[in-house]
Write a protein that binds this ligand. Sequence first.
Ligand code: G3H
Ligand code: ZN
Length: 280
Amino acid sequence: PLVSTRQIVDEARGKGVGVGAFNVITLEHAEAIVAGAEQAGAPVILQISENAVKFHGGRLTPIASAAAAVARLATVPVSLHLDHVEDTALLHQAADAGLSSVMFDASKLDYEANVAATRAAAEWAHERDLYLEAELGEVGGKDGAHAPGVRTDPGEAAAYVAATGVDALAVAVGSSHAMTTRTAKLDHGLIADLQAAVPVPLVLHGSSGVADDELRSAVAAGIVKVNIGTILNVAFTSAVRDTLRDPDLVDPRKYLKPARTEMSAVVQRLLTVLTSNGVG
Ligand code: G3H
Ligand code: ZN
């Protein structure tokens, strides 16, 4: 069924496990992610990024409606999240498009400007019962340049959450977006310090570059929501490439089907990792 992100994140936090939030670009992504979650027997978050909306011609509702329909038919809890929103006009479409949470990304702004923009976004969201995630300390990599050196300061994070009223906080602890190798080294001591300093659940972005053991340790140290995109596309595209070696193949289902199956296997495996160290 389609449930709220708040419900999924709170339940994961209560159990001491992580929850996977996977990026949806096409209908096949939504189908693969939900199939993988059903195979793992775990709840999952489908997230649509501002960049994915741009890919769909700036229109949120077609892909959001499709993802919501897949979620409603799922045998595990599934929620819908709008990811990395910088455009306030897109933020303002979230509630009507059936999403229960938004990540408002003002991480490129300096501290004071980030606080002001995020507080306004959180106030708007809370009037509509939307769960708002924000980022402090730029994770980096979205524009191509990896910046795994940036870190979120625990004291500043505590002040930021108090000043903005956000429901979840994305932190820079060593990961970086769009990595195709799982070689990121996380600062687990910093994750523990952040989790002690802020009252809201912590979110790890750029998790494709983080290996299984590092993910397990990150969840044990206090990460709850784990955002994963690139590694799904690595699996999907490599399956498409293999299938397309046949020059006579024309039916898209012939390459989309194995690609979707490969993607669901990655989701199942990652969700098993994220939920493996819970307390019940
Ligand atoms: O918000 C989305 C995630 O941070 C995904 O990052 O594509 O590097 O796994 P990734
Ligand atoms: Zn991200």
